[in-house]
Ligand binder design. Structure first.
Ligand SMILES: Nc1ncnc2c1ncn2[C@@H]1O[C@H](COP(=O)(O)OP(=O)(O)OP(=O)(O)O)[C@@H](O)[C@H]1O
Ligand SMILES: [Mg+2]
Length: 236
């Protein structure tokens, strides 16, 4: 058994097997350790989201092994995967994915409701998380009453409320103006400094360069794995 947080071994994800098959992941092997801040970078269609969905236990590979904290999750059932996600992983998406009819606080509490957490504890964790991202003054606002940057901060609060050790973010700055994007990156940095492992998906080299390590994917294959600072400015 390894002591890597994440160990992906020769993973394939093949859509539409047969003539029109798409090898979205084409033999990927990668390890990520506790406390890393890794960017997965590549062009549109290169397989980034497919890879994150697999790393995040939202989907399983067609073949290959995926050890998360030493446990092979590649062959797990949906229920088992959802259990692992609940305990280990917080997600942030490009489109925020907040529920329009719920307030910021209710959105942050929702995953805690699913975990069966008592109301008082939920309220406390949600308040803490919203304060952590500077949204304590907007807890009773609905998403339509918030700016894009504020909505993404609420989504980050939702991702961190249960204190998962891993944060996965798929283009978290993609719908934001430069300044709001910088705020989101700053929060991700702070979360990493507090010891969380961050996996950041982006097509943008300038964003990827702000991670510590950058894994570049082309056509479902890892083509480079370097210090993020070694990424060129405009070659993606
Ligand atoms: N459910 C699916 N069925 C068939 N093909 C799919 C499916 N999902 C993704 N693909 C294909 O797999 C490849 C990788 O898609 P993926 O969404 O992972 O790319 P991406 O790098 O995240 O792109 P983007 O930057 O545009 O989000 C693409 O060629 C895509 O068309
Ligand atoms: Mg994508």
């Amino acid at each position: 058994m390894s002591n890597h947080l994440i160990e992906v071994k020769n993973v394939y994800k093949i859509y539409n097997p047969g003539e029109n098959e798409v090898r979205a992941l084409d033999g990927i092997s990668v390890t990520i350790d506790h406390g890393e801040f890794v960017a997965i970078v590549g062009h549109s269609g290169s397989g980034k989201s497919t890879f994150m969905n697999m790393l995040g236990c939202l989907d399983t590979p067609t073949s290959g092994d995926y050890y998360l904290d030493g446990v092979n999750v590649a062959g797990m059932t949906d229920d088992e995967l959802s259990d692992i996600r609940n305990k280990q992983i917080g997600f942030i998406f490009q489109g925020f994915n907040l529920i329009p009819s719920l307030t910021a606080q209710e959105n942050v509490e929702l995953p805690l409701v699913y975990r069966g957490m008592p109301a008082e504890q939920r309220r406390q964790l949600a308040e803490e998380a919203l304060t952590r991202v500077g949204m304590e003054h907007r807890m009773n606002h609905r998403p339509s009453e918030l700016s894009g940057g504020q909505q993404q901060r609420v989504a980050i609060a939702r991702a961190i409320a249960a204190r998962p050790p891993i944060i996965m973010a798929d283009e978290p700055t993609g719908n934001l103006d430069t300044r709001s994007g910088e705020e989101v990156m700053k929060i991700l940095h702070e979360l990493n400094e507090e010891g969380r492992t961050i996996v950041l998906i982006t097509h943008d080299n300038d964003i990827a360069r702000q991670a510590t390590r950058a894994i570049r994917i082309i056509d479902g294959k890892v083509v480079s794995d370097t210090l993020a600072s070694e990424l060129q400015k405009h070659d993606v």
